[in-house]
Design a binder for this molecule. Structure first.
Ligand code: TXA
Ligand code: MG
Length: 340
C-alpha cells in the first residue's frame, strides 16, 4: 500500500511532479474534489478507474488550466462554444465537444468521438495543471457509487493507500459537480444540472437549451454515460422529506427502533427531536444545503452508521435542480410518505 501524501497549496510543484510521473493526485475544485492523472498517459488514466472502482465505459472529464490547453484537442467549437468558454471559464461548466481524431486516448473518452472539458475556478489546481504541463483527467475523487468528496478528508477516507497524494485547499464552495452541456449535437443539451443553470446558459447563447435531463427518474434514458450507474448512495436508505411533511417525518422517526439521521435546515432542527435521531444541520438556505449535502451523507454513513436518512427537499429550479438531482439519486427517488 502506498503512502498518500497531503500537499498544501504551496506545494503544487511537488503535486505536479507526481502527475508527471504518472501517479494519481486528488485536487480541489469549486465543486467537488477530483482524482487527477495525466490525461495523455494511458497507464495513469487506467489506474484512475481502478482506484475509483469505476466502470471503464464511463468517460472522464479533461481538466485544463486554460482555454488554450483545451484547444489542442477540440475539433469543433460549434456556434456557442467560444462564447460559453469566455463567459463561464474558469467555473463550474463542463462542455462536451467533438475532438480531433486520435488526440485523446479511448481510455479517457470511453471510445466516444467527443470529450468533456472543464477549467476549474480553484487557482491552486490550475497552477498544478500548468506546472504539470498536461491536462488531467478529473472524475470526482470518491469510490464509485459513493457521495462525491467535498473535503480532503473525504478523499482520504476513500482513497488512502491507493493514490500518491491529495492537494488540500480546504472545503469546496459549491458542493455538487459542474453543469455538463453537450455542444457536440445540433441542439445544446444539459446532461447534468449543476451550479450554472440552463437559464444562465440561454441568456448567453440566445437560444434555448434542452434541459430535459433534469427530470431524473427510473425510466430515464442515460445521455451522459455515467447516468446509468448507481450514484451518491450511502449504506443507509435515504428518504426525501417535503417541506410540509417534517412534523410527520419526525413523529415517524421517533417510533422506530433504529438509529435515524436527519439532515434538515436549521429552522427544522429547532423543533423537538426524538432521542433516536441524530441531526446534521444543512444551514439556512439552498446554497448552504447544497454545499453540505455530500458531507452530511458521509457523516451519517461513516461516523453515525444510521439505518435511515431523512433529507430536506427544495424546489427543482436553479441550484435546486442540481441539489435534487443528487438527492434523488442517493435515495433511489424515495420520499417519506406521510399517512393521510
Ligand atoms: O465538478 C465536476 O465536474 C467534478 C470535478 C472534480 O471537476 N468532476 C466530475 O467528474 O464530476 P465525473 O467523472 O464524476 O463526472 C463526469 C460526467 C460523467 O457522468 C461522464 O459520464 C460524463 O461526465 N462525460 C464525460 N465525458 C463525456 C462525453 N464525452 N459525453 C457525455 N458525457 C460525458
Ligand atoms: Mg462522480
Amino acid at each position: 500500500m502506498m503512502i498518500t501524501k497531503i500537499f498544501s497549496p504551496a506545494e503544487t510543484s511537488q503535486a505536479a511532479e507526481e502527475i508527471k510521473l504518472g501517479e494519481l493526485v486528488a485536487f480541489p475544485t469549486e465543486t467537488v474534489y477530483g482524482l487527477g492523472a495525466d490525461a495523455t498517459n494511458e497507464q495513469a488514466v487506467k489506474r484512475v478507474y481502478l482506484a475509483k472502482g469505476r466502470p471503464s465505459d464511463n468517460p472522464l472529464i479533461v481538466t485544463v488550466s486554460s482555454p488554450e490547453m483545451a484547444a489542442d484537442y477540440i475539433a469543433d467549437y460549434g456556434e456557442y462554444g467560444r462564447e460559453l468558454i469566455r463567459t463561464f471559464w474558469p467555473g463550474p461548466l463542463t462542455i462536451v465537444f467533438k475532438i480531433k481524431t486520435g488526440s485523446l486516448s479511448s481510455v479517457v473518452t470511453g471510445g466516444l468521438t467527443t470529450a468533456a472539458f472543464r477549467m476549474p475556478e480553484n487557482e491552486t489546481t490550475r497552477k498544478m495543471i500548468a506546472e504539470a504541463g498536461v491536462p488531467i483527467v478529473g472524475p470526482s475523487a470518491n469510490s464509485s457509487g459513493k457521495p462525491s468528496p467535498t473535503t480532503a478528508q473525504h478523499v482520504f477516507h476513500d482513497m488512502e493507500g491507493k493514490i500518491a497524494g491529495i492537494l488540500d485547499d480546504g472545503p469546496t464552495k459549491v458542493g455538487v459537480e459542474s453543469t455538463i452541456i453537450d455542444l457536440s449535437t445540433s441542439k445544446p443539451a444539459v446532461l447534468r444540472p449543476g451550479g450554472i443553470t440552463p437559464q444562465q446558459i440561454e441568456a448567453v447563447i440566445g437560444c434555448s437549451v434542452d434541459a430535459s435531463q433534469h427530470k431524473v427518474g427510473a425510466k430515464e434514458t442515460p445521455k451522459a454515460p455515467g447516468m446509468k450507474y448507481k450514484h451518491y448512495a450511502p449504506a443507509a436508505q435515504v428518504l426525501i422529506v417535503a417541506p410540509n411533511d417534517w412534523q410527520q417525518a419526525l413523529d415517524w422517526a421517533g417510533k422506530q427502533d433504529e438509529k435515524i439521521g436527519v439532515m434538515a435546515l436549521t429552522k427544522t432542527l429547532n423543533t423537538s427531536i426524538p432521542k433516536n435521531v441524530v441531526t446534521y444541520d444543512m444551514g439556512g438556505d439552498l446554497a448552504s444545503a447544497t454545499h453540505r449535502l455530500f458531507d452530511g451523507l458521509r457523516y451519517f454513513d461513516n461516523e453515525q452508521k444510521v439505518n435511515w436518512i431523512l433529507a430536506c427537499s427544495f424546489e427543482e429550479k436553479g441550484l435546486g435542480a442540481a441539489y435534487m438531482n443528487r438527492l434523488k439519486k442517493s435515495s433511489g427517488d424515495s420520499y417519506f410518505e406521510p399517512q393521510a
